[in-house]
Structures are given as C-alpha cells and as structure tokens.
Design a protein around this ligand. Sequence first.
Ligand SMILES: [Fe+2]
Ligand SMILES: [Zn+2]
Length: 373
Amino acid sequence: MANEPSMESASAVGRALDVLFADGKSIRFEDCWLRDHCRCSSCYHSDTFQRAHHILDIPDATILSFEFDKKKIDVVWSDNHTSTYTAEFLSKFDYKTWKESRRLKPILWHGSIHDKISVVPVEKFLHSVEGAKHVFQSLLDYGVALVEGVGVSLEATEIVCKALGGVQHTIFGGMWQFTTRADHADTAYTNLPLAAHNDNTYFTEAAGLQILHCLEHKNGTGGETILVDGFHGALELKKENPEDFKFLSSFNLEAEYIEDGHHHTYSAPVIRIDNESQELVQIRFNVYDRAPMAFKNSEECRSYYRSLRNLSKYYQDPNNQWRFKLKPGTVMIMDNFRVLHGRTGFSGSRVLCGSYVARSDWLDKARALGLIQ
Ligand SMILES: [Fe+2]
Ligand SMILES: [Zn+2]
C-alpha cells in the first residue's frame, strides 16, 4: 500500500509518548489512553471490535519501557502487561484529521437542485455499490435524492425504503399509504397547501429520512412538492439576524402531536447546533406542531415570534424553494434533519405512499459504503 503510515521517532514526555510520523505529524498519546487502547486479545475482542474491560478495571499503570521501530511500538507496563501499537493504528488519532473526518459536509442550496442531485435507476440503486453510493452521497450533500423506475406500488416502494436503511416505525405505522381521506388527525391527510416543515418535531428522535412516492394523481391539478434547504435558511438567518439565530439555536421550543390515545411532546431548539464546532446538526421547523407555551418574560416571548417569523420568511420565499411535481415511478428521499418539505394545494385524488428511515440506520448504510466515518 502506498503511503503506509510509518514512525520516525517516539519519546517519553511525562506520562505520555510523543510520536513523530514520517508525514510530519506529531501525536501525543497519554499512558491512560494507550493502556485503554491495548489491542492484545485479553484487552480487546477484535472479532466484535469491543473492549474487554470495564474502565474501572483498567489499571492506572505507567510505562516501564518501550521499543520502537518504524511500524510499531512495544510497551512494557509497570504491572508487566505488554502492548503493541502499530503505526497504522496510532496514525488515525491525529486530532485535526480525526475531527475533520467526522464532519459532515453538506452543500448548501437554494432554488432548484434538479441538475445537482442524484437521480438513480432503481435497479442500479438496489444492485450496485456505485448506484447506492450515488444515492447516499446525494443525501449527504444535498439532503435529497431520487430513485426512478420504481414499480408503482407500496411493495416496490418498501424495497427501496429497506435498502435505504429499513423502515422506521412510528404511530403512523411503518410503510404508509394515504389519499385525501382523513386517516389521521393531521394536516397532511387533507388537500390543503402545506407550508414547508420538518416532520416529527414532537418525537425525541425525529425521522431521519422521509420517503415519498406519488402512486397516483387523477382528475386534478396542483400538489407540487416544495423542498427547501433548512441549513441554508438557518445560516442566512445567522447572517441577516444573528440575534434570531442565537435565540432559535438555544431556546427549547416545545412541539406536540395529539390524537386519540397518543400525546407526543418534545422540547429542543429549532436550530440544533453542535456545541463544540458550532456546526448545524438538525432543523426542527414546523409551525403547525408548536405546542402552546409559557414564557419567562416579555423579551423571550417577543424573541420567539420575531425569530420564527424571520426564519419562516426565508423558508416561504419561492426563490429559496425547489418546486416540482412527483411522478409515479419516482421515489423522493429527503433528509428530515435538514430539508423542509411541503406541497401546494391540489384537486383530484392523490395517492401517496412512503415511510421514514431512522437517521442512525441511513448513516449506517452511508458509513458501510465508505462515504463517511
Ligand atoms: Fe410532512
Ligand atoms: Zn492488553
């Protein structure tokens, strides 16, 4: 293998080892980390990739001596345990590289992304690594992908949902299908226009992906799908109205869903950011599912309305939205942690089916394909 990691030097610094790699990187390994990462068969089950010892059972031993060559370091511990660390293993823990490798890198968008996203024939998606990679890369980049040539049925759609990570079950079922008939006490089950929103803001774990397949639209018009990049909107808000961004990324907004026998509620910021990196994690934007709330004071109450309205203006602006008509045979997949969806009002009879896929499950697929760490 080209550029296999190799080490130039290793030196003890206090209770740590400083390792200099051939590529110029220098990494400091504390002895507690090294002992915890011993890969011998009594410390680590390499078949299940699990540690063998409870953290309380790992001795607070010190390094008695170590021997080093370009490919590995052998350590003898104060309790006589011995460990071997390969250059290949150690080189993965350069903090900057490690941190960067864990970052998702969404490509922000506004307006139509028809010519940017992946549109993959279903056979390619289901039966080739390349096809699967195209779909998942598009979801990672834009939060949207299309799979075409799918059989116009719930069963054919389910096969696609399973390949995306598996159907996520909620109170709405697993695979669902609906027409204008009111099956649930939810606005989605009518023919009214639906402003762009995220689903499940009232669940502790919102759906990861939403999959939609329009099986039929007869005797009518309208019913265009509206998609908008929630991340782009949040960052525009940060630029234009930084105090609103600050409010929506720290204030816990309560959302709820109530129907006979059910009462879901969850409270979290509308714009969830990673505390350390300040990067966007999730958008929980749904004006319909907001729960009635009490406020600490006038300022908090007024900030709530001002900031939500300013963010809504972005999401409602047609220039920021991608509008298109879903056709039977084309399955739309979107990242519900990022992309908002809605639809224009419609006439006639419309039959849709689809499901959710848990975020952990679709990221698992993307990771197994080598697209993310
Ligand atoms: Fe929805
Ligand atoms: Zn060991």
